[in-house]
Design a protein around this ligand. Sequence first.
Ligand code: LMR
Length: 328
Amino acid sequence: FLKATAALALCFTANSAIAACEDGEIVVKFAHVTNTDRHPKGIAASLLQERVNDEMNGTMCMEVYPNSTLYNDDQVLEAMLQGDVQLAAPSLSKFETFTKVFRIFDLPFMFKNIDAVDAFQASDTGEAMKDSMTRRGLQGLEFWHNGMKQFSANKPLIEPTDAAGLKFRVQPSDVLVAQMEALDASPQPMAFSEVYGALQQGVVDGQENTWSNIYGQKFFEVQDGTTETNHGVLDYLVVTSVDWLDSLDPEVRDQFLTILQEVTAERNAAVGQVDMEARQAILDTGAVIRELTPEQRQAWVDAMKPVWEQFEGDVGADNIAAAQEINA
Ligand code: LMR
């Protein structure tokens, strides 16, 4: 008994968010890379865990592993296909080796805000994207929102030419690589957990991310300031393996998917507030946020938008037109 208590205590010290699963329960490991507090994904994952463990107690048990404690995003999908993890919510930039349909979300200035992203995802085209990887063994379940991306660097970024010659960390996406090249900057794909150290040590000069990620990872501590460009979106796909989903009894699957749907609706509706609170929290530390005049922002649009043409073949001119219609 003592041994078991000690083991349990250790387990709780390592990650207090992990529930103790009982024998006979279906264990759902959910690995993600962000923090849990003041973060759209962290909050949604915690709520999902709480509801599953409460409402499906005895049947299903969810263990959330945040902060890249179990896998990085570049390992998690392979681990899922091996059956080592059942749920993940990587950003839409991280599915490139499985599908190119999500490239539309990485194109700079494609969506004017998260409401437009939401409307596009809810369309038939967006819904169909969830099934784009089933042949490869992955099933998309729900889109989770984060927010619009901002640029930061170790010097002020006001004009797009300010980014020229700088090294920027990007997520592993060809569109994001092309976007930085359009600014004559040097894109460096890198895992999320390595960005703070890379900025601090000058391995890269800058990065792009949302307010909640900039706040959660404290990037502002090691940057000159953040420029409010809102130049792109960072959103997530909650994903599982086709095999695991098929292995569930229909009633269990339905209950799980219903809870996931309800958590998605609740947290997606609240995302704007989480985003703005993270922005305010950055300001409260005394860190600099630079706003652009309409003319300054237009210069960034002019510099980056030509990237659309490079990817029109992958993304589809009809999808681009549909996204633009939603923006209008
Ligand atoms: C990143 O790598 O910057 C993001 O995808 C991290 C995240 O999950 O928000």
